[in-house]
Design a protein around this ligand. Structure first.
Ligand SMILES: *Cc1c(COP(=O)(O)O)cnc(C)c1O
Length: 421
């Protein structure tokens, strides 16, 4: 399903013309297609067929309206901070369906998660296990735990988004994890309920997932043989999407393969937890911007737009490709090759190089597939207020995060000796 389509010569998100949103809300702004979010979620839910839980990785896009959409469908959530936990609760999500990942959980974060009765702590080190055991004891609770195992597989993705190699900071090596599970009796305030692994992001090949499972599942079998009641395997997130010409597996193929590996290891009864982020939200989001200037040098044409790397950093940070197209249907009009750039004072502030577009100053354009790791990674760098966010639902739209004002830029700041400004 593609929420973006040209109708009557202009680009729509679902049944709303993007030009109408630009008029009402201004640019730059993020636009999310609610029905596309729902269909992406339903694909995971259908593939799981009731034998597990989809825990949406909140960090991909944590807007309350997005979280509320998934909460309304019965989703679980994968969080990496207390802030994400509070967002889930504020959006109406069920804390009993929350799993808590991350290498640096503070005592305060753990205490809050214990008080909320979350589903599972995905523990990433022996030291964290000690801390969790002590805090659960103090709270008079038994904390549900799975260890995040690092299977040491090469996910074949960008090094910044690979997490399953020995040299990464994430997870616990297999042999060490086996030792910690073996010591379960030492942790009086923990219950070891699962095994967890997450190997990276934007994976477009099934092989690394299978490799990871083939390393991790024997551990599960071994733990069960020792009498530990391991009830779930959490395979993390990481399923990629098509930004340009990638051919990621379908959700059904991905989950099908996980099931096949469970079967092959005699573990078909395990409950399956998935933590998709990007695969649920990336394609449903669009960054809408306006061309401020066209500028040509001897060798290049530039389109300078009113969005910058502070709004969407993926192209600058990872060299990521995201498709760019005009809101006006170019039809057969001749175009030119443009470097589409932002106003930020950094040479990395480039959304795309050599993109063939038919453009005039003042035109609206979109950077596609911006629903994941878009707004959430935005900043105010260059003192640029963060963009508005809009949710489209069929023929209606609503602002789900107001554009920041200039005064928001210095909220909380002060000059010693002076009255508040
Ligand atoms: C980031 C992350 C995810 C989501 O990754 P995607 O590539 O967006 O699916 C899931 N689990 C953990 C532990 C993560 O850190």
């Amino acid at each position: 399903m593609d929420a973006l389509s040209y109708r009557h010569g202009e680009l729509f998100v679902e049944d709303v013309p993007l030009a109408r949103i630009a008029d009402a809300v201004g640019t730059p702004c993020y636009v999310y297609a609610r029905n596309q979010l729902i269909s992406a979620y339903r694909a995971f839910e259908a593939a799981l067929a009731g034998q597990g839980l989809v825990c949406y990785a909140v960090k991909a896009n944590s807007n309350l309206a997005i979280l509320a959409t998934f909460a309304g469908l019965g989703a679980g959530f994968d969080i990496v901070s207390a802030g994400e936990l509070e967002r889930v609760i504020a959006a109406g999500g069920d804390p009993h369906r929350v799993v808590f990942s991350g290498v640096g959980k503070t005592a305060a974060e753990i205490e809050r998660a214990l008080a909320c009765g979350i589903k599972c702590f995905n523990v990433e080190s022996a030291a964290e296990l000690e801390r969790l055991n002590a805090l659960a004891g103090r709270a008079g609770q038994i904390a549900p735990v799975s260890l995040r195992v690092n299977p040491d597989v090469d996910a074949g993705t960008h090094p910044y988004i690979a997490t399953g190699l020995k040299e990464n900071k994430f997870g616990i090596a297999l042999d060490e994890a086996a030792g910690l599970y073996g010591d379960a009796a030492r942790y009086a305030h923990l219950r070891f309920v699962g095994v967890d692994c997450h190997i990276g992001s934007q994976l477009t090949d099934l092989r690394p997932f299978a490799d990871a499972l083939d390393r991790v599942l024997p551990l599960v079998g071994q733990l069960r043989a020792q009498g530990l009641p391991i009830g779930h395997i959490d395979v993390g997130g990481g399923l990629g999407i098509r930004y340009r010409d990638e051919r990621p597996p379908s959700v059904a193929a991905y989950v099908g393969q996980v099931r096949e590996r469970l079967l092959a290891h005699g573990l078909a009864d395990l409950s399956l937890l998935l933590e998709p982020g990007r695969a649920l939200v990336a394609a449903a989001g669009t960054l809408l911007a306006r061309v401020e200037y066209l500028k040509s040098t001897d060798t290049k044409h530039f389109a300078i737009i009113d969005a910058g790397m502070n709004d969407l950093i993926r192209p600058a940070l990872y060299g990521a490709f995201q498709a760019i197209q005009t809101v006006r249907d170019p039809g057969a009009a001749p175009g030119a090759d443009y470097d589409v750039v932002g106003p930020v004072c950094e040479s990395a502030d480039v959304f795309g190089r050599g993109r063939h577009l038919h453009l005039q100053a003042g035109d609206l354009l979109v950077v596609r597939d911006a629903g994941a790791y878009g707004f959430v990674m935005s900043s105010q760098y260059n003192s640029r207020p963060r963009a508005a966010e809009v949710l489209v639902d069929g023929g209606r739209f609503a602002v789900v995060r107001a554009r920041e004002t200039l005064a928001d830029l210095w909220r909380g700041e002060s000059v010693p000796g002076r009255e508040a400004v």
